[in-house]
Design a protein around this ligand. Sequence first.
Ligand code: SF4
Ligand code: SF4
Length: 511
Amino acid sequence: MLSFLFKRRGFQGGVHPEDRKQATSHLPIQTLPLPERLYVPVQQHIGAAAQPRVQAGQKVLKGEMIAAGSGPVSAAVHAPTSGTVVAVEPHPAPHPSGLPVQTIVIEVDGEDRWTDEPEPEHALNLEPEVIAQRVAEAGVVGMGGATFPAAIKLNLGSRHTIDTLVINGSECEPYLTCDDRLMRERTQEVIDGVRIMRHALGARHTLIVVEDNKPEALAALQEHLYEMDHLEAMSVPTRYPMGSEKHMIKAVTGREIPAGKLGADIGVIVHNVGTAYAVHRAVRMRRPLVSRIVTVGGGAVQRPANLEVPLGTRVEELLAYCGGTRETPARLLMGGPMMGQIMPHAQVPVVKGTNGLIALTAAEINIDDPMPCIRCGRCVAACPCGLMPLEMASRIRSEDMDGAAAHGLMDCVACGSCSYVCPSHIPLVQYFQHAKGVLGDRREQQRRQEELKKLAQQRRARQEAEAQAKAEAAARKKAEREAAKKKRAQQAEAKETPAPAKTNDKDKAEA
Ligand code: SF4
Ligand code: SF4
């Protein structure tokens, strides 16, 4: 066992919400039948949107790249099945902006035909850069919901010394069990992906971390691991938000990420188990990311399930497959109830980061009107980041965003623990997300203004340089003209001066 190498600590704060996983944790992954149409957004990740490479009328095969990553932080998008592109146009999508996103609409032909049939690859013989390249080409992103392009994190071994790779199998959000089922049912594939990632990063130690409410997943992993492989599956106490990168690193290694730094700066990289599985598919099997496992749950769902779903399938298809709803959901969430995104309706598609579709009844959520803060301090005790949520909220209410920032707003990981414990039902985390959005917009505006200022300065400098070059050229021409004039004058003068008379030999003799 390697765990003795790690100075583990718990983390302060956090909460222990009722996990409500029993409804789906025993249900094996089922494959959702192909819908008639898929709505595949080109923006399913953090970073720049991918650029469409197909147009209406074009036939595509499963796994074909239909949108290419653009810029250093982006991810390619592939056709989730074979069919015909019928439109490339904006559609509703689960994007934080809430705005429609450019979407490639595919009419499914039902053949589900791949582009090719590649042989499995000897992935551990590949150079780290080749692994990262294959992961990038496959469009793999953080599958725990973060959706950061995975290849970028796999490349960090070339710039940082990474001694520890942590694989996050904690799945700490209530209701969600897709990672649990993945670890139990596709254990070897997950471990293979972990080994490939460890090889790419050059990490000496690797820990797969599972909360102690998933004993079957932990047992399945431990059964497939070898003692000499420097790879360990370990259990941690169930505590929300254990899955937050910062808190997981602290809990399993005892190391703290300094403010403004990343895990890589202290030698640790965290990836999700779903990402490990996607890396196995991308590198070993040469298959891009075209589907994912989604937990469909919540009290409003008739038959909760864990489904493997082609990306781009609309939420309404998942609900219909699960027998529809018992009652109109009071809240429809993409992701878990603590950090999930509220969906306005069921016509949004499943994307790479969709780990859950949770339809909650009114009885399951706290929809009481907020009351004034009673300064009980529970939010402070619950905050795993050591912040003062009540102080930040009071400043945000008075539009003092800078004051909230001075109280650590930007360190808030939006885990929702404070809202969860607040007896006054104050939607604290919503305040923080709103304020972060305002500050983000303000920073973006400042960045644009600075960029414009820089461009104006550059233009002025260019104009000045051009004017100086023009003046120099004019002076040079003038000098050349004057030199030519002088030369001409000298030549004319030379012509007008009579040549001295020549004396010949005869004259000399006569003399
Ligand atoms: S938990 Fe709610 S009521 Fe208590 S101090 Fe925090 S914001 Fe105020
Ligand atoms: S302030 Fe932020 S990090 Fe702290 S509990 Fe609230 S949401 Fe979580």
